[in-house]
Design a protein. Structure first.
Lengths: 181, 647
């Protein structure tokens, strides 16, 4: 009898371990895709590309907007460019570009060639805001509501699929919220 | 197109693994020879399929096929070819694919080199390996498929994490996987033995060689990881007690206990249940390590993106493998009776003691690793760091160092403790004397370093004595053991010196400025910008000289990879037999070109890794033991005779 009991010890310890790991895993499963979602957009102050006007986060309060991180050095940005253009032209959302670690002349040349869909372009020459936003690589896109809260983030290129399935529902929702508060 | 073939091969692999899991085992239960014989061919087929799948993923990286999600996420047009190949296992999906590739290789090797096992034994072993393969291939297919497609394909990828664009990272994961997966052989043998309710010496002898091999791979994998962290992370550390490092260290500790206990149980009908249990623990810790790394349950520099589904999947696999094995253990272990009596004063007792020390170390470190989780489950947050691990490990290793020479000295079966102690006593004093000399030669050592250095001398001195006094021609088993034990001595010495006598200086240097650290002059000749392959680097130039004689010019770099917002600190090291000179760049302080520079002197740090290499070499040398070969040949003859009689 005693022998049987001893033989059960490893199994019992193991079951305890599995329970612990399971509980722990569940604690972690609520982690959001980005820790910034649901938080206010970090403070920034950037000149715009075509003027010396300096804008900060408060200048965008009042309507929902989309921040698209891009650079002329980034081939994937060029790839998603037609989709960004289409979104901006749809008039459903204000589209702001964050020109990241780019030479302004290069950016202007690039926009001249491929077209400039952006309602506003912020120049993040040092990359400070990109760091604050946890940008991992260009392109990345953030949805921000009228109060300046980050609602959603897409790391990587925009595609028809993620625009239709992920962005558009949120944009519609925000627009409704803005019209009837 | 290629990706679809990969996907298809993956499905075929899963099917084959399922068949391998079922057929030989059904054959075993129905006593059907032809079903049992399917094991070996299925094992070879599985290897061919899985290996081809892996080769296809490598080709997708080489060909830059960005329609494959995994490829564009971890490669880019500018990435050099060598890193495109290694990017294959640079992130989660590919690394699990590599896991199963390595496992398929082990299974094929087991099928090939197992002539000494009877058909009923090998069929059970292969079938258990098939269970493991099935779980992990299913994991790749359903939870981490590397062949998923992005449509439309991006024009360029996101580049590989710069930390992984490095030679050490090319070979560290495969070797570690060889070790992890290799432990599954001892595990499958243990489970197969429990299924049959019996285990004999021949079987343990066979499994011991595989365990040795797996342990050697684990050792070199861990050493490479440590070496990589040292030169790549730029803080000059070599071990951080990071949860993922612990995850690789735990199976190593349990494996160390296992190979020592196997030495007893292959000779005598003793410690059979303990051998089986240790084999189960060692492999379960490998799977647990995989879980910890992949689930995001713990935070670590190694953790890949958190994905709860993956976590659950591996947790279920762990529950099935370890839970199943331990249930079998609880039911059957009392059938594996150990009949031979063990004398208290014998090598057997010492080896049992060794396994207890190592298993205590295993559980202490496991507890430390899981402690933050236990607290979190109760709603608190704590972090357990190197002070805990360092101290606990030090305390547990004291009996190890003291007893090691005694265990090596004692004879099998029956010996007198007093005569062994008598033979060793002079070396206790020799080691003491050498330690005192070292104490003064290195301007004093603290308590831990003194203990470590003494332990090193004590083990080295006694091992050398045992080699000299060995009666007759030493066999490979003895040579392997001695080399490994001398490795422990070299490691202990190197580690103690590095930990306690290193010099670390964080300095602000102006261009042209010379500063003195530990008797060396460091002249900072400024920083220039250069462009190399897929990154830009700011490269410092530091001339090291001693007594006015220039010694070496070091070029530490601060690298910037444009695609990944992660600056990389690339240290430059002047390695030496007794010390490393280690220089890395901090931050630029101002426009005048002043930089923060770290200068480290790391005494005897190479000895640590060299000691580890000796341990690995020892395990490999022991594979060539003639005694084992002879006994195995007898066993093969026996199996063949039985087979002929049957037909």
């Amino acid at each position: 009898m005693k022998k049987v009991f001893i033989a059960l010890v490893p199994l019992s310890v193991f079951i305890g371990l599995i329970v612990l790991l399971y509980v722990n895993l569940n604690n972690h499963s609520e982690v959001l895709p980005s820790p910034l979602i649901g938080k206010k957009i970090p403070q920034f102050e950037h000149p715009t590309l075509y003027s010396n006007q300096v804008l900060n986060q408060d200048d965008f309060i009042g309507q929902p907007w989309m921040l698209n991180v891009f650079g002329s050095w980034c081939p994937s940005c060029q790839f998603e460019h037609p989709l960004v253009t289409a979104l901006a032209n749809s008039g459903k959302i204000k589209v702001v570009g964050l020109n990241w670690k780019d030479e302004p002349e290069d950016a202007i040349k690039w926009l001249k060639r491929w077209g400039n869909p952006y309602h506003e372009i912020l120049v993040d020459y040092q990359g400070d805001t990109a760091i604050n936003l946890g940008v991992y690589g260009a392109p990345e896109t953030f949805l921000i509501d009228a109060q300046g809260t980050i609602v959603y983030k897409i790391a990587g290129v925009l595609t028809e699929k993620n625009i239709q399935q992920e962005l558009m529902p949120l944009i519609e929702q925000m627009n409704q919220g803005a019209t009837n508060p | 197109m290629l990706a679809s073939i990969g996907q298809f091969l993956l499905i075929l692999s899963l099917t084959t693994a399922v068949v391998l899991m079922l057929l030989p085992m059904i054959g075993y239960y129905k006593n059907n020879d032809s079903l049992m014989r399917t094991g070996r061919p299925l094992a070879y087929l599985l290897f061919v399929l899985v290996f081809s799948t892996f080769a296809i993923l490598v080709s997708l990286f080489v060909l830059q096929d960005f329609s494959v999600t995994y490829v564009w996420q971890h490669s880019s047009l500018a990435l050099p070819l060598r890193y495109r190949i290694t990017a294959t296992w640079g992130a989660h999906e590919g690394s699990v694919l590599m896991w199963i590739t390595v496992q398929a290789l082990w299974i094929a090797a087991v099928a090939r080199y197992s002539r000494s096992l009877s058909l009923s034994q090998i069929s059970r072993v292969l079938s258990v390996l098939g269970i493991i393969a099935t779980g992990f291939i299913a994991f790749v297919l359903f939870a981490s498929n590397p062949f998923e497609i992005t449509n439309p394909a991006p024009l360029d990828g996101r580049d590989l994490n710069p930390l992984l664009q490095d030679f050490g990272m090319i070979i560290h994961p495969p070797l570690l996987y060889f070790g992890y997966v290799g432990m599954s052989v001892a595990f499958s043998l243990a489970v197969a033995a429990l299924i049959g309710g019996q285990i004999d010496e021949k079987w343990i002898r066979w499994s011991r060689r595989w365990t040795n091999l797996a342990w050697a791979f684990l050792t070199i994998g861990i050493i490479l990881g440590s070496w990589w962290a040292y030169y790549e992370l730029g803080w000059g550390g070599w071990w951080f007690w990071d949860p993922v490092e612990n995850a690789s260290f735990l199976p190593w500790l349990a494996g160390t206990a296992l190979i020592h206990v196997q030495a007893v149980s292959e000779r005598k009908n003793a410690f059979r249940g303990w051998t089986v249990l240790l084999a189960i623990i060692a492999f379960s810790l490998c799977v647990l390590g995989t879980f910890l790394v992949r689930s995001g349950s713990i935070t670590s520099v190694h953790s890949f993106a958190a994905d709860p589904f993956r976590g659950i999947f591996i947790l279920v696999l762990l529950a099935i493998y370890a839970g199943g094995a331990l249930t079998l253990y609880a039911l059957r272990v009392n059938q594996l009776k150990s009949k031979d009596a063990i004398n208290l004063e014998s090598k057997e007792t010492m080896l049992l003691g060794n396994s207890l020390v190592f298993i205590t170390a295993t559980f202490t470190i496991l507890l430390g690793t899981l402690f933050p989780m236990i607290f979190e489950a109760m709603g608190k947050k704590i972090s357990v760091g190197s002070p805990y691990f360092g101290l606990m490990f030090f305390l547990i290793m004291i009996p190890m160092a003291v007893l090691l020479p005694l265990g090596a000295q004692m004879k099998w079966h029956k010996d007198k403790m007093s005569s062994a102690v008598k033979a060793l006593l002079p070396h206790f004093f020799i080691a003491g004397l050498l330690t005192v000399l070292a104490y003064f030669a290195f301007d004093g050592l603290n308590l831990r370093a003194t203990a470590g250095v003494f332990g090193g001398f004590w083990i080295a001195s006694t091992s050398i004595m045992q080699i000299i006094k060995f009666p007759g021609k030493p066999n490979a088993g003895f040579i392997g053991m001695s080399v490994a034990h001398l490795g422990v001595a070299v490691f202990l010495f190197g580690m103690s010196m590095t930990e306690h006598k290193d010099v670390e200086k964080d300095l602000l240097l102006k261009p042209g400025q010379t500063t003195q650290v530990a008797g060396y002059d460091f002249t900072f000749n400024g920083v220039t910008s250069i462009q190399i392959e897929n990154y830009r680097a700011q490269q410092g130039s530091i001339l090291v000289s001693q007594d006015g004689q220039p010694l070496v010019e070091l070029h530490p770099q601060k690298r910037h990879y444009p695609k990944q917002q992660q600056p990389m600190t690339e240290a430059d090291i002047y390695p030496g037999f007794t010390k490393d000179i280690y220089v890395s760049l901090g931050e630029q302080i101002n426009d005048k070109g002043d930089w923060a520079v770290r200068i480290y002197i790391k005494p005897f740090i190479r000895w640590m890794w060299f000691g580890g290499l000796m341990m690995m070499a020892g395990a490999l040398i022991a594979l060539f033991n003639k005694r084992n070969k002879r006994l195995e040949q007898q066993q093969v003859d026996q199996v063949m005779k039985e087979r002929l009689k049957l037909s």
